[in-house]
Structure formats: structure tokens, C-alpha cells
Design a protein around this ligand. Structure first.
Ligand SMILES: *Cc1c(COP(=O)(O)O)cnc(C)c1O
Length: 366
């Protein structure tokens, strides 16, 4: 009897998946810069430099319920998020990061071969997840200002299952005007709008959810609430769609600890909003400093990071020179982003170290 190779058990579209290109973790950055982890200026993953809120930290230090399974119905979280978002609890699904909501929406809807309309350059998880589902990704490139091509996306959406859009977009930082989102919602498919950075942008398409059953809005506690390491995000959508995802999700998908931190963060919303304002102020500060540097062109951003154009052909070298100085930013080797770096907005002190390192890197690579 001939036996099959182990990889023959794997679905064809799983055999050569491209993994998500994650930012380098602090330990390897420290090793590379020959410094301690505390000395690393980590501006590569849009994390919140102020960390969790006071009440969330308190909850994390006293999480007495680790031995009890979390509530699969997410009653407390949905109620608290309902107050925060003005959506009804039945419209909300909480995930192990908003990445899990992306995964749930895509798996619930996509059969192999179904079309997903994406607007690159954008967040890498949409491609990764569509590929896991065997989806057929149709890319409608953003223009030179990183604005979406609404007509192109609508044309591509004929017969498609999903349109996915980050607003503000990662890595470019610009928001899509609400009128453009409304036009996309006219397509006969599900429209996923990822608002991971909404609290820094001060605008949202959440009010459209009631009017448009085909809209799914994604939010996260990773950026605004400083809980990236805990994994908590949520989707706001049509109630029937929410119910489908609630039935299909793993029952205990959000840990007891993540739940406690999420609830406590929402109680601390005022403090988190104040920190978001600090970050926005720092973003404008850093943008001003970058704009003064020869050959450096920062894009205007609605999020907690800035995409920055560098002198042609020197992206990689400048990225490396920064890393050697213990400053980590995000570099994209591919396509039109090869001459750009994305830098997260940190504390004023981190901005200072970044700007100083960038000056040196520019000189060194000239
Ligand atoms: C950071 C980010 C997220 C957050 O994902 P989580 O899984 O909630 O941590 C989602 N979407 C975009 C565009 C992001 O940049």
C-alpha cells in the first residue's frame, strides 16, 4: 500500500502560505543593537507608549479568575462596549485581537475562489487571512496619495464576497472619507472597515452600521488601550451577522485576563482619551521635525504612526542604521514602499532618540 506524504493531507492552498511579516520583537532588537531591552526604542508596531490604563493594570495585578473559563456569550464585555460605541450589545463580537474578528468574518463568508477586494498598500493580515480561506484577492492599488480608488474597487466588487478597507490606513495613516465608504457600501458584498486607529482619528463609520447590514466595523484595544500583548479586539455589525460569528467562534476566545483588562480600560476611557490626545500632539511634533530634514517627507497621519518617504534607494540602509542604534521602525521591502519607513509615535523622549538616530543614519548612508 502506498502511503501519502504528510503534506498530502494539507489543503492545496495551505501548502505555501505567506506568513504575516511581524515587527521584530524587543529581545532580538536588543541583541542587534548590543543594548538591553529597556534601551530599545521600539517604534515598529504602533503600540501605545503609555501602556495599559491604571485600572487595567490594577485588574491585571488582581486577576483572581484565571481558573474559571471566560463567558462565551461575552455578556459583560458586550454591554460595556455597547456603552462605549453606542451600538447594541447584540451587534458586538469580541475577539482575541481584532485579527480574530478578521479571521471569523473571512472564514464565515469565504469559500475557496471567492473574491476579496483589497486596497494595498495596507495591513498585511487581510491577504494572509484571505489566503488561508483560499480566497481570490483582487488588488485595487491606492493612488500616489494612498487614497483608495472607489470606482476601481466598486468595479472589482462585482461578484465579490468581501471588500476590506483600513481607515485610517496602515501604513499610510490617511482616513477614507465617509462618503467613499458609503459608496463602497452600495456594492452587493460585505464591507469590512478596520478602524484600529479610530481613537486617534476622531472619526468613525460606526453610525453607519444600523443603516447598512453589509458593514462590519473592526476596533481594537491594542492601540488606544495599550493592550496589544493581551489580545482584545471587537467587531460591530449587523445583529444577524454577529450571531453567526458568536456561534462559530471558539467559546473561550477572549481570556479571563483580557476581559478584565478590557472592562477596566473602558472605565478608564477618559484617561486613555487624554493619552491619545498626547500621542496626537506628539505625532504633529514629530511630523514637523521630520519635515525639516533634508530628503525626508512625512505623510500627514490620522493614526499613531507616520509613514515617511526617504531619499530614493536608501530605505533598507537607513532602517538598518537605525536598528544598529537601537531604534526600531517598520520597513517594507516590497514595491512602492521600499523608500519609506513607518514610525510609531512614542513619548517625546522616544521621538528625540529617533530623530537623533535618523539624522545620523541619513549621514551615514549618504
Ligand atoms: C494594529 C492593527 C490591528 C490590531 O490588530 P489586533 O489583532 O487587534 O491587535 C488591526 N488592524 C490594523 C490595520 C492594525 O494596524
Amino acid at each position: 500500500m502506498t502511503r501519502r506524504n504528510v503534506l498530502d493531507f494539507v489543503q492545496p492552498h495551505w501548502r505555501n502560505l505567506d506568513p504575516y511579516e511581524a515587527a521584530e520583537p524587543p529581545e532580538s532588537l536588543a541583541e542587534r543593537g548590543g543594548i538591553t531591552e529597556d534601551e530599545v526604542v521600539k517604534l515598529n508596531a504602533n503600540e501605545n507608549p503609555y501602556g495599559p490604563s491604571p485600572k487595567a493594570l490594577e485588574a491585571l495585578n488582581h486577576s483572581a479568575r484565571a481558573h474559571i473559563y471566560p463567558d462565551p456569550a461575552q455578556v459583560a464585555m458586550r454591554r460595556a462596549l455597547s456603552r462605549y460605541t453606542d451600538a447594541r450589545p447584540e451587534q458586538i463580537v469580541v475577539g482575541n485581537g481584532s485579527d480574530e474578528i478578521i479571521d471569523l468574518v473571512f472564514r464565515a463568508t469565504l469559500e475557496p475562489g471567492d473574491v476579496v477586494v483589497n486596497a494595498p498598500p495596507t495591513f498585511g493580515m487581510y491577504d494572509v487571512t484571505a489566503n488561508i480561506c483560499g480566497g481570490a484577492i483582487v488588488e485595487v492599488e491606492r493612488d500616489e496619495n494612498f487614497d483608495i480608488d472607489v470606482d476601481g474597487m466598486l468595479a472589482a466588487a462585482e461578484g465579490a464576497k468581501l471588500i476590506v478597507l483600513a481607515s485610517p490606513n496602515n501604513p499610510s495613516g490617511n482616513s477614507t472619507p465617509i462618503e467613499d465608504v458609503e459608496r463602497l457600501l452600495g456594492a452587493d458584498c460585505l464591507v469590512v472597515v478596520d478602524e484600529a486607529y479610530a481613537e486617534f482619528a476622531g472619526r468613525s463609520v460606526l453610525p453607519l452600521v444600523d443603516k447598512h447590514p453589509n458593514l462590519v466595523v473592526l476596533r481594537t484595544m491594542s492601540k488606544w488601550a495599550g493592550l496589544a500583548g493581551l489580545r482584545a479586539g471587537y467587531g460591530v455589525m449587523n445583529e444577524e451577522m454577529a450571531e453567526v460569528l458568536m456561534r462559530g467562534k471558539p467559546p473561550y476566545n477572549v481570556s479571563q485576563v483580557a476581559e478584565a483588562a478590557l472592562l477596566a480600560s473602558l472605565e478608564d476611557a477618559e484617561i486613555l482619551d487624554e493619552r491619545a490626545r498626547l500621542i496626537v500632539r506628539e505625532r504633529e511634533q514629530m511630523g514637523g521635525l521630520l519635515a525639516e530634514m533634508q530628503g525626508v517627507e512625512p505623510l500627514s497621519s490620522d493614526a499613531n504612526f507616520i509613514l515617511c518617504r526617504l531619499p530614493e534607494g536608501r530605505g533598507r540602509a537607513i532602517y538598518d542604521a537605525l536598528a544598529d542604534r537601537g531604534v526600531s521602525v517598520r520597513y517594507y521591502s516590497r514595491g512602492k514602499l521600499a523608500d519609506y519607513l513607518r514610525v510609531s509615535v512614542g513619548t517625546p523622549e522616544q521621538t528625540g532618540r529617533f530623530i537623533e538616530a535618523l539624522r545620523a543614519a541619513l549621514q551615514q548612508t549618504a
